[in-house]
Design a protein around this ligand. Structure first.
Ligand SMILES: Cc1cc2nc3c(=O)[nH]c(=O)nc-3n(C[C@H](O)[C@H](O)[C@H](O)COP(=O)(O)O)c2cc1C
Length: 171
């Protein structure tokens, strides 16, 4: 798929079919996360692939009952690794590691879309609850939960703001 088609065509998916993911796609999804840019190439991020039914249900609960999370056969919990980010001090801990994770998430969503899969970027959740569910070390900060599965909806494109309000061309 052309990269621009993926950028324009991807939508947040909040209804998933009850179809398992082929194992053969998992490596490609992992590559999409790992190949993203990161500050100083430190890759201050970690990803937990949650397949287990019980865990996915608990994640949906922790995300204030966004139950579509548990409908998808996989949730990728995307975390900033503060122990690595520390190398860049305050800026590393509060800024770079979040950007490292975000770059990976966007890669994941676009690559998943190109493979016929749907995803949603879920940022609204109780961080402490997610950390407890996954037994995360104190150095890992969960940043987003990304459910991945075959889409069972084809949502319209939500409107974007006016181009000139978001982009300034200085020549
Ligand atoms: C940081 C961030 C947090 C988000 N959190 C949620 C969320 O908790 N639940 C949800 O359903 N969508 C969430 N979204 C998805 C947005 O609602 C969605 O991207 C936006 O409405 C545009 O739609 P589109 O992704 O189909 O282009 C989040 C997106 C971002 C970037």
């Amino acid at each position: 798929m052309d990269i621009l088609d993926a950028v324009r065509g991807r939508r947040s998916i909040r209804r998933f079919r009850n179809t398992p993911l082929p194992e053969s796609l998992l490596g490609t999804l992992e590559d999409s996360l790992l190949e993203a840019p990161s500050a100083g190439n430190l890759q201050s991020r970690r990803f937990i692939f949650a397949f287990r039914n019980e865990i996915r249900k608990q994640l949906a609960e922790a995300a204030f009952r966004q139950n579509f999370i548990s409908e998808a056969p996989l949730s990728v919990v995307c975390c900033a690794d503060l122990s690595i980010a520390n190398q860049y001090g305050e800026r590393g801990r509060t800024l770079y590691c979040l950007q490292d994770v975000a770059a990976s998430i966007q890669n994941l969503m676009l690559v998943a879309y190109s493979l016929g899969l749907g995803t949603a970027w879920v940022g609204a959740f109780d961080e402490k609850q997610v950390s407890r569910i996954l037994h995360l070390s104190e150095f890992l900060r969960p940043v987003a939960i990304v459910p991945v599965g075959y889409p069972d909806e084809n949502p319209p494109r939500p409107l974007r703001g006016a181009r000139e309000e978001s982009i300034v061309r200085l020549r």
